[in-house]
Design a protein around this ligand. Structure first.
Ligand code: ADP
Length: 324
C-alpha cells in the first residue's frame, strides 16, 4: 500500500505589496510525516500553509505534490485539505452533512456521500453525534468534525493552521495525542502550524523553524532540540543557554549545566522549584544569563539562594557552536 506523497516547495516567495511574508523558501517534506511549522507570530507560517493549500497564490516559485506542479491549481484540485483554527463548520448543517459537504459540491450522490461521511465519523469517534448541529457540540467534538470534514476528500496532505489554539490546555494535550494517532493511521503527511514549541516537540517527526520569512532550521524534532544551529532557534526552542565564550557564541542545554567547585563564575538571580527539577537562574561575570536545570535531589543536597556565588560547569561535549 502506498503511504504518503512527496510535497516540495521550490524557491517559494510570497509578497503582499511591499511586505515579503515568505522569502525564497525551498523544502522537501518527507512522505507520510508529521511536520510542524514553528515560529513566532508574523514569521510567515500561515502564508506558507495557505500557498500549499491554494488559498493564496505564490508570488514566485512552485509547489510540487506527488510529482505534479500544483502552484496554480484551485484548492479542491490539489490533493490537499485544510483544517482551520476556527473549524468553520456550517451552523445550520448536521455533523454528518458538514462532513459530507465537499462531496455534495462535487456532485457525489447522497447515499455514497453519507456512507463516506459515516466512515470518517467512525474514524474520529463521532458516529453517535452524527445528527447533532455544531452548536450542540463541545470544542473538542467540533474539532473532530472539522478533521473528518477535511479528510473526507482523501487528501494527500492535510494542512492544519493552529488547530489546537481554541482549546483549553487539558483538551489541547488530549487532542494532540489524537492528531498524532490519526496521522499514523492514515499515513499521509500532516503539516501543522504552531507557535508553541512544546506542541511541536510533542507532535512532530520534523520541525521546520521559521523566522522572518525564512527557514532558520529544519530537521527531526530531537535534532532541532539537541543541536539548534542559530541563536534564534536556541532561544525560541527553550531550555538552552546562549553563552559568549572566547572561541565564539555557543549553546549548552540547561540540563547539561551543573554547579561545581570549579567553572565559570556566576551569581544566582532566581531559584524556581518545578517538582522533579529545580531551575537555578544565574548571571555570569560577562553578563550572560545561564540557567541550570538540576534534579531536585541534587539541588537540595546543596541548596542555593539568590545572591549566592556559584561556579557553572558542563562537559565540553555538550557545547554546540552556533552559526555566525
Ligand atoms: P504567521 O502565520 O507566522 O503569523 P503570516 O504568514 O500570517 O505569519 O504573516 C507573515 C507576514 O505577512 C506578516 O508580516 C503579516 O503581517 C503579513 N501578511 C499576512 N497576510 C497578509 C495579507 N493578507 N495582506 C498583507 N500582509 C499580510
Amino acid at each position: 500500500m502506498r503511504t504518503g506523497y512527496d510535497l516540495e516547495l521550490v524557491h517559494v516567495t510570497k509578497r503582499y505589496g511591499n511586505t515579503v511574508a515568505v522569502r525564497d523558501l525551498s523544502h522537501v517534506f518527507a512522505p507520510g510525516s508529521y511536520v510542524c511549522l514553528l515560529g513566532p507570530s508574523g514569521c510567515g507560517k500561515s502564508s506558507t500553509l495557505r500557498m500549499i493549500a491554494g488559498h493564496e497564490e505564490v508570488s514566485d516559485g512552485s509547489i510540487l505534490l506527488d510529482g505534479q506542479d500544483v502552484s496554480y491549481l484551485p484548492p479542491a484540485q490539489r490533493g490537499t485539505a485544510m483544517m482551520f483554527q476556527s473549524y468553520a463548520l456550517f451552523p445550520h448543517l448536521s455533523v454528518r452533512d458538514n462532513v459530507a459537504f465537499s462531496l455534495r459540491m462535487k456532485g457525489v450522490e447522497k447515499a455514497t456521500r453519507h456512507a463516506r461521511a459515516n466512515e470518517l465519523l467512525e474514524l474520529v469517534d463521532m458516529t453517535h453525534l452524527a445528527d447533532r448541529l455544531p452548536a450542540q457540540l463541545s470544542g473538542g467534538q467540533q474539532q473532530r468534525v472539522a478533521l473528518a470534514r477535511a479528510l473526507v476528500t482523501q487528501p494527500k496532505v492535510l494542512l492544519l493552521d493552529e488547530p489546537l489554539s481554541a482549546l483549553d490546555s487539558f483538551l489541547r494535550i488530549r487532542m494532540r495525542a489524537e492528531l498524532k494517532k490519526l496521522q499514523r493511521e492514515l499515513g499521509i503527511t500532516f503539516i501543522h502550524v504552531t507557535h508553541g514549541q512544546d506542541e511541536a516537540l510533542a507532535l512532530a517527526d520534523e520541525i521546520v523553524v521559521m523566522n522572518d520569512a525564512v527557514i532558520e532550521q529544519a530537521g527531526p524534532a530531537r535534532e532541532v532540540w539537541a543541536t539548534p544551529t542559530t541563536e534564534f532557534v536556541a532561544r525560541f526552542i527553550g531550555g538552552h543557554n546562549v553563552i559568549a565564550l572566547d572561541q565564539g557564541k555557543v549553546t549548552v542545554r540547561a540540563d547539561a549545566v551543573t554547579l561545581a567547585d570549579h567553572g565559570m563564575a556566576a551569581t544566582v538571580t532566581a531559584v524556581e522549584y518545578q517538582g522533579a527539577s529545580v531551575v537555578v537562574t544565574t548571571m555570569t561575570e560577562t553578563g550572560d544569563e545561564v540557567l541550570a536545570l538540576l534534579p531536585e535531589a541534587q539541588f537540595f543536597n546543596a541548596p542555593k539562594n539568590p545572591g549566592d556565588a556559584v561556579k557553572l560547569a558542563w562537559d565540553e561535549g555538550r557545547l554546540h557552536r552556533l552559526r555566525a
